[in-house]
Design a protein around this ligand. Structure first.
Ligand code: ATP
Length: 405
């Protein structure tokens, strides 16, 4: 009972921190909200962009065998018929099948109006561009396509903050291989997924692999491993890895011709899929810490500097002293901003309050310009995790931060 209260409390603390510090707001809030939708504030968006950039760098930019793509959210409804979603993309509602695709219509004139769906996964946008990609880039097997984008599901019960929403974002890879190689690449992608989770700072002690049973697998999959996380509300899916066989390419009547042997084959697909919003929630849960400083409980987010929304905050000790403000602005803030981008100016409230605020945003370093700075060109750099302060020469600041990150 007590343990449950602490766990629920953690979610409440994170939701309230996200609002207070401008990470995430409830969608349409001033009109009473719209269940399963959220709006992203400045720092939440920065964190989300860092997650996506780190993913894109690892899985697209750093590889030779991956082709990025960005496809339309609205697609011809025939895509969803061929993919099996019109019949199978459903949850159970009072024992009946309830299709969770969000239906809409396109076209203005009565005779032109056609049913369309907001895509429930980004995957189909890649499959329908398989031929375009092969024709444009002539890739050899195995190769992959990668996409980051919004997906929509009319979830029966949206809940648990960012965990189950009706509008969310996915990062997906479709990796095309010869049938006989699928097991090898399934294992390979499992390793890659785990490596990236660790890289961005997910608490790996809370990650568990679940071999999804026959009854629970999606209609297109012959093998699925879910990566689950111990959320405060239970052990549930974070990301998934599916062997989609040749199901999709076959249904879309697509194939591949090996340019050397002229052999015609239907490649098989390994699909690593990542939810951006669940990644964000899990990073918040992994980074959230409380300790005691000066008799007060201090909440802070221990993000890795590579993923933190802000790398450092620059503060003149007093905002009504023009000489401090001028120095802080021209000699510290401007050059650091030009170098790192994710640098903010914070002169609001006393220094203690600024530190608390930056701790909650997860800023690894706070730099304070005081009267000594004006004579000896040194500043105080305060470390988020230890609370320790060091005096650093202004000319060494860039290299000091670079070394730390
Ligand atoms: P669940 O079993 O939790 O409903 P799923 O198996 O339907 O998830 P997939 O179809 O595999 O999910 O979607 C791929 C990824 O998209 C998931 O691993 C998850 O990270 C994310 N995702 C799916 N549904 C949602 C949602 N409603 N809100 C936020 N993220 C989601």
């Amino acid at each position: 009972m007590k343990e449950n209260a602490t766990k629920n409390n953690l979610m409440e603390k994170i939701v309230s921190l996200c609002k207070r510090r401008g990470f995430v707001f409830a969608g349409s809030e001033i009109y009473g909200g719209l269940a399963g939708t959220y709006d992203w504030g400045h720092f939440g968006l920065a964190l989300k962009n860092n997650i996506k950039q780190s993913w894109w760098k690892k899985f697209v930019d750093n590889r030779r065998d991956m082709y990025g793509i960005d496809t339309a959210i609205l697609m011809n409804s025939k895509v969803w018929e061929a993919a099996g979603h019109v019949t199978n993309f459903a949850d159970s509602l009072d024992g009946k099948k309830f299709n969770t695709m969000l239906k809409t219509q396109v076209g203005a004139k009565k005779e032109e109006v056609a049913v369309s769906y907001l895509r429930p996964e980004t995957a189909q946008g890649m499959f329908v561009n398989f031929k375009n990609t092969v024709d444009a880039f002539h890739p050899k097997l195995p190769f992959g396509m990668a996409q980051i984008g919004k997906a929509f599901r009319n979830e029966i019960a949206p809940r648990d903050f960012l965990f189950r929403q009706r509008e969310f974002e996915q990062m997906e890879i479709e990796y095309f291989t010869r049938e006989e190689d699928w097991e090898k690449y399934f294992e390979y992608w499992k390793g890659e997924m785990l490596e990236w989770m660790e890289e961005i700072g997910i608490d790996m002690g809370k990650i568990h692999e679940l071999e999804v049973s026959d009854e629970d697998r999606a209609h297109y999959s012959k093998r699925t491993v879910d990566f689950e996380f111990d959320y405060p509300f239970g052990r549930k899916e974070l990301f998934g890895l599916a062997y989609r066989t040749d199901f999709d390419l076959k249904n879309h009547k697509l194939d591949y011709i090996d340019e050397e042997s002229a052999e015609k084959i239907i490649p098989h697909v390994i699909e690593p899929t990542f939810g951006v919003d669940r990644a964000m929630l899990v990073l918040l849960l992994s980074a959230y810490c409380e300790d005691e400083k000066g008799g007060e409980i201090r909440a802070h987010l221990k993000f890795k500097p590579s993923i933190a929304p802000v790398i450092c905050a620059v503060s003149p000790l007093l905002k009504n002293k023009p000489e401090l403000v001028e120095y802080a602005n021209t000699k510290v803030f401007a050059p650091l901003k030009a170098e790192f981008g994710r640098v903010i100016w914070d002169d609001n409230g006393n220094i203690g309050k600024r530190y608390r605020r930056q701790d909650e945003i997860g800023t690894p370093f706070c730099i304070v310009i005081d009267f000594d700075t004006l004579t000896d060109n040194t500043v105080t750099v305060r470390d988020r995790d230890t609370g320790e302060q060091e005096r650093i020469k202004v000319e060494n600041l860039k290299s000091y931060i670079k070394e730390k990150i």
